[in-house]
Every structure is written in C-alpha cells, then in structure tokens.
Design a protein around this ligand. Structure first.
Ligand SMILES: [Zn+2]
Length: 140
C-alpha cells in the first residue's frame, strides 16, 4: 500500500519539524517560513503560546523583519465583518510581541546569545561567531 502524505512539500525539506505544527494554521498552504535555524525553536514556542489561547489562530507570516521575529497572526481565520474582538487581537499581539523581544537576543543562525547587527543592508540578529561568517549582502 502506498503512503499518502498530507501534501508534497516542494523544496522545503530543510524546514524541520519545529515548524510543522504551525502548518495547519497558515492561511496560504504554499507559504515558506523565512526564519533561520536559530529561531525555529522560538517560532515554535510562539506558536505554542498563541495556540494555547487561540486554538484556531490564523498565521499569515513568520519571518525576520527589522532584526526581530515578525509573527503575523489573527486570533481566528479572517472573515468579512470581523471574527474577533479588539481585546483578543491585543492579547495575541501581546504574545507575539514578547517573542519578538526575545528574538533580538537570539542568533538567527545558531540560536546562541546574540545582538542586532546593523552593518548590513538587512538588520540581522547574530552572535559574535556568526557575525564573522555571514557575508555583507548575505542572508543566513
Ligand atoms: Zn550564531
């Protein structure tokens, strides 16, 4: 008997299991998470904190933006006319903001203690070791 996977994942073989639980919350099934390996655990924890209070939250994106984690989510799947209260939206923002704050001190490449580096076009959060390895115009 042939096994049938949920979906062919294209080229995302390196996405890792930490982000797998988030898949069912993503609005666009073809979305590729744009975070480095050092942040995957953090993104996973952000998901866990979010899903604990908003079991059906909708994820639009999880990515690095301006040197911190941008976890863009709605409390529930978006509907015309609204599908959540302002208080719920504020609460979810509070959760994701806490993780954005933590991400500023975690190396996006290796997960070590780090700081924001502004020597490149893109602000990156890197530890001392990774700072010397990632090239001028490089992503991770
Ligand atoms: Zn590092």
């Amino acid at each position: 008997m042939r096994e049938r996977g949920p979906q062919t994942a294209g080229t995302s073989s390196t996405s890792g299991d930490a982000l797998e639980p988030l898949r069912s919350h993503v609005r666009d099934p073809s979305y590729e998470f744009d975070v480095g390996p050092g942040w995957r655990q953090l993104v996973h924890e952000c998901h866990q904190a979010g899903v604990a209070e908003f079991p059906h939250y909708e994820l639009l994106a999880a990515k690095q933006k301006w040197g911190s984690l941008s976890f863009q989510a709605f409390p529930r799947p978006w509907k015309p006319g609204g599908n959540w209260t302002n208080a719920e939206s504020a609460r979810l923002n509070e959760i994701t903001a806490a993780f954005a704050g933590r991400s500023k001190r975690i190396c996006e490449r290796c997960g070590a203690a780090a700081s924001q580096r502004e020597s490149r076009e893109l602000v990156l959060v890197l530890c001392d070791g990774c700072e010397t390895v990632v090239p001028e115009h490089g992503r991770l």
